[in-house]
Design a protein around this ligand. Structure first.
Ligand code: PMT
Length: 413
C-alpha cells in the first residue's frame, strides 16, 4: 500500500475515556508515517492523558478550550475554523457516549465539537466509540451513532474483550495500529464516490449448525472467509455493514457490526430483523437446508444398532428476502455447485428473485469452501455473465462489489 498518510493533515480528537491513554502511541505512529498532526482534547480527556505527553509526541501545541488566553491576538480566536480548513481527516478516538451525544446534537461548546462543525465536506471523519458494553448498546448511544453515520461519518464498531470495569463485552477502542490502518483505507478508498457509502449492507457468512443432540450437529465446511471478505470490502466503501455469521474463527472486519448465530433458524431471525432497513442483502452463508426434527437433550447413547433421523426443511433466508424486497433493494446470492453449475445458478437466481448470483464450485484447492481463493461466475438478472479468474477471496469480493455498485445505481434510476 502506498503511504497515503505522508503529508496529510490529521486532527486527533480525544474525549474522556480510559482508552485515551493509548493516544500518544497513535500520534507517534501517524507522525512516523509522515502525517502532520494536531491534537484536540475535551476537558475530561485531560484526566486520562496528559497534554504535555501529546504536545511532546505531536511536536505541536494541543488544543482544548475554544477560548485562547486573554493576551492572545490575531487568528487564535478563530482557530477552530482554520483547523477545520486545514484538516484532511478527523479521527475521534476514543469517542465517549457523551461526546457522541454532543456531536450528534450539533453542540459546539469546546474545541473538539466546534471543529467537527467546521470540517470541510468530503473529508473523512472516523469516530471510534469506546465505553462500557451496555452503554454502547443502549438505545440512546445507538441512536446517536445512527445520526452520525447518516451524516457520512464512519463509526467504527468497538472491539470485544475485557473492559476497564473487568467485564467482558463490546466497547474496547481498537489498538493504535488498527486505527492507523483504518485511516489509511479511508484516505485511500474511493468511498466518497462509492454508491454504497452510507448504505446498509447485510451479509450472511459461514456455516450453520443443526443440533442432533447436546454434543453433535449437522454442518458443512464453510469457513466464513468469503462472507467476511465481502463485509470488509463493503465497509471499506463506506457501507454500514451488518455481518450475520455462523460459528467461524475469524476476526470481525473493522467497522463491521457482527451478529453471531449458530443455527439456520437463528440466522433467519437475525436476518429477518434487517430485511426492511437494508439496502443490499448478500447471502454468502452456507445455510443448512435441513435440521433434525427433534434435538435430544444431553448426549444420545449408542444403544440401538441403527437410528433414524428425521430432517425438516429450514426457511430459505435469501429467498424470503428476494420475494419481499421493495423496489430499490438488492438481493445477491451465491450458488455452491458440484455439477451443472450455470443451470443451477440461473434457476436459483430466478427462483429466489435475486438481482445477482455468484456461482462457485467446490474444489478443495481453488474455490468454494475453506480455501483462501475463489473462482466466481457472476450472473445478473438480465442474464449478463462475468467470469472471474481464481482470485484471493478479498479480491473476488471487490469484483463482486464493483458489479453490485453498478446494479444498485441502476435499480435506483
Ligand atoms: O465460507 P467459505 O469457506 O469462504 O466458503 C464460501 C462459500 C462456498 C460458503 C460461499 O462462497 C458460498 O457459495 N455460499 C453459499 C453456499 C450455499 O449454501 O449455496 P446454496 O446454493 O445452497 O444456496 C444458495 C443461496 O441461498 C446462498 O446465497 C445461500 O446463502 C442462500 N440460502 C440457502 C439456504 C437457506 N436455507 N437460506 C439461504 O439464505
Amino acid at each position: 500500500m502506498d503511504n497515503v498518510l505522508r503529508g496529510k493533515n490529521i486532527i486527533i480528537g480525544i474525549s474522556g475515556g480510559i482508552a485515551a491513554y493509548k493516544t500518544p502511541q497513535l500520534v507517534r505512529l501517524l507522525k512516523k508515517s509522515g502525517a502532520f498532526i494536531r491534537v484536540v482534547l475535551t476537558e475530561s480527556a485531560t484526566r486520562f492523558v496528559s497534554e504535555l505527553a501529546l504536545a511532546t509526541v505531536s511536536e505541536e501545541r494541543v488544543y482544548r478550550s475554544l477560548f485562547p488566553p486573554a493576551d492572545t491576538t490575531g487568528t487564535d480566536y478563530t482557530r477552530h475554523i482554520s483547523l477545520g480548513e486545514w484538516a484532511d481527516a478527523f479521527v475521534i478516538a476514543p469517542a465517549t457516549a457523551n461526546t457522541l451525544a454532543r456531536l450528534s446534537a450539533g453542540l459546539c461548546d469546546d474545541m473538539l465539537t466546534a471543529l467537527f462543525l467546521t470540517l470541510r465536506p468530503g473529508k473523512p471523519v472516523m469516530i471510534f466509540p469506546s465505553m462500557d458494553g451496555q452503554m454502547f448498546l443502549s438505545p440512546s448511544v445507538q441512536r446517536n451513532i445512527a445520526i452520525l453515520s447518516g451524516q457520512g461519518c464512519r463509526l467504527i464498531t468497538p472491539e470485544s474483550g475485557e473492559l476497564a470495569s473487568g467485564l467482558i463485552g463490546v466497547g474496547r477502542m481498537p489498538e493504535p495500529e488498527s486505527i492507523v490502518s483504518s485511516l489509511e483505507k479511508a484516505l485511500q478508498s474511493t468511498v466518497p464516490s462509492s454508491p454504497l457509502c452510507g448504505k446498509s449492507v447485510v451479509v450472511t457468512a459461514g456455516p450453520t449448525r443443526e443440533k442432533i443432540d447436546g454434543v453433535r450437529f449437522i454442518s458443512n465446511y464453510s469457513s466464513g472467509k468469503m462472507g467476511f471478505a465481502i463485509a470488509r470490502a463493503a465497509s471499506e466503501r463506506g457501507a454500514l455493514v451488518t455481518l450475520i455469521t455462523g460459528p467461524v474463527y475469524l476476526e470481525t472486519p473493522s467497522g463491521v457490526k457482527r451478529l453471531d448465530v449458530e443455527t439456520a433458524m437463528e440466522m433467519h431471525d437475525a436476518a429477518k430483523s434487517c430485511f426492511k432497513s437494508c439496502n443490499i442483502f448478500i447471502g454468502a452463508a452456507a445455510v443448512s437446508d435441513y435440521r433434525p426434527a427433534t434435538s435430544f437433550e444431553g448426549k444420545m447413547k449408542k444403544e440401538k444398532p441403527e437410528i433414524e433421523l428425521t430432517l425438516i426443511k429450514n426457511p430459505d433466508i435469501l429467498a424470503e428476502f428476494g420475494m419481499q424486497k421493495a423496489p430499490g433493494q438488492l438481493a445477491v446470492g451465491f450458488a455452491l455447485e458440484t455439477h451443472a453449475g450455470l443451470d443451477n445458478a440461473r434457476n436459483k437466481l430466478s427462483a429466489k428473485n435475486l438481482d445477482l448470483i455468484a456461482l462457485n464450485f467446490f474444489d478443495r484447492n481453488t474455490s468454494g469452501f475453506e480455501v483462501d481463493t475463489n473462482i466466481l461466475t457472476l450472473i445478473d438478472n438480465e442474464g449478463l455473465t462475468t467470469e472471474l479468474p481464481q482470485l484471493p477471496k478479498d479480491d473476488a469480493a471487490d469484483k463482486l462489489l464493483d458489479l453490485i455498485e453498478q446494479l444498485y445505481v441502476k435499480t435506483r434510476q
